[in-house]
Ligand binder design. Structure first.
Ligand SMILES: [Zn+2]
Ligand SMILES: [Zn+2]
Length: 337
């Protein structure tokens, strides 16, 4: 089969690789759509996992149902939780597969083969059948939506709250969408790339977009929020952005960290102390994956609007370059192998 493999730092190559074989247990899936994730861009920029087939946000059709032959038929449309909980460790045994201590071992698209390929072989317990009214393309947004939903649930956004989101990438936009669903009365978003800022406005979940590079950003946010935000959801992960968010929170406000930064981030401890800020981090999801499928199926969450382009396997290298450049409005690009 054809697959896109990591070849070097910032370099992907389309290669002919061995097609995974049905084994009577796992579910063999013909990949129909797979999304490019921000974490894929990080792996590509580092270039260490040579030969890795990325892709953990995907949908496809069943070719061989394996152990699920009683509940799945050939041709059924499915998506897959891109996790590989061990089932043996203490958190797994307590039913908390998100807390698996071996979570990064053979994680699809991160440390094990993913779905930038014609076929994918899935653990049966990770496979989810798609409702008819969720398209293959939309299904690629289930995974990132689950990430944003967890953050908004953990933050505890309630009707009437004022929410500031930093970052107009897909996680920022989805966080804004869930803040709206949760009943936030005012949602502002900061974004340094003006094209993405324009795009965020068009998506309709955000009341106002602010230029993240504006030197007057803090007083502007204070004025717009009428004295401070209840929540700040950081989807960027760099110091100036987080510190602006701390400044923009009201006293007792909550800071939710979602942005990934491998380096330590110096934050303004003094301001956090003076304002009695509550700080939480959020990563991944647990039951949120199935919750998102339900919310999409009920049309409460609409995500097709976030897809800005659809490409083939040959276009993946160019798409990575485009997404990492900061010069385009694109947030989610979908690959159709
Ligand atoms: Zn992802
Ligand atoms: Zn485990």
């Amino acid at each position: 089969m054809r697959a896109v493999c990591l070849d070097d730092k910032r370099k992907l190559a389309v290669a002919e690789v061995t097609t995974p074989q049905a084994d009577g247990e796992k579910v063999l899936i013909k990949v129909s759509s797979v999304g490019i994730c921000g974490s894929d861009i990080h792996i590509w920029e580092q270039g260490q996992r040579k030969g890795l087939i990325m892709g953990h946000e995907f949908s496809g059709t069943v070719v061989d149902a394996g152990a699920l032959k009683d509940s799945l038929s050939i041709g059924d449309r499915v998506t897959v939780l891109p996790l590989n909980p061990c089932g043996e460790c203490e958190p797994c045994k307590k039913g908390n597969s998100k807390g698996c201590l071996n979570a990064l071992a053979a994680c699809p698209g991160i440390t094990a083969p993913g779905a930038y390929a014609d076929y994918y072989l899935a653990r049966p317990d990770m496979v989810r059948k798609l409702p008819d009214n969720i398209s293959d393309e939309e299904a690629t947004l289930i995974e990132p939506s689950a990430v944003a939903l967890r953050a908004i649930r953990m933050a505890g956004v309630k009707p009437g709250d004022k929410v500031l989101v930093a970052g107009g990438g897909v996680i920022g936009l989805l966080s804004a969408a869930f803040a709206r669903i949760a009943g936030a009365s005012y949602i502002a978003l900061t974004e340094a790339n003006p094209l993405r800022g324009e795009n965020a406005k068009k998506m309709g979940d955000v009341d106002e977009v602010f230029d993240g590079t504006d030197e007057q950003l803090v007083p502007k946010l204070a004025q717009a929020s009428g004295g401070g935000f209840d929540y700040f959801i950081d989807c960027v992960g760099i110091a100036p952005v987080i510190n602006t968010g701390i400044m923009a929170l009201k006293k007792g406000g909550k800071l939710m960290l979602l942005g990934i930064n491998y380096a330590p981030v110096p934050i303004s401890g003094l301001m956090a102390v003076i304002k009695e800020i509550e700080l939480k981090g959020s990563i991944g999801y647990d039951q949120e994956f199935d919750m998102v499928i339900n919310l999409m199926s009920k049309q409460i969450l609409k995500t097709e609007r976030f897809i800005s382009d659809t490409i083939g396997l040959d276009g993946v290298q160019a798409a990575f370059e485009k997404l990492s450049s900061g010069k385009y409005p694109d947030v989610k690009i979908i690959i159709k192998p």
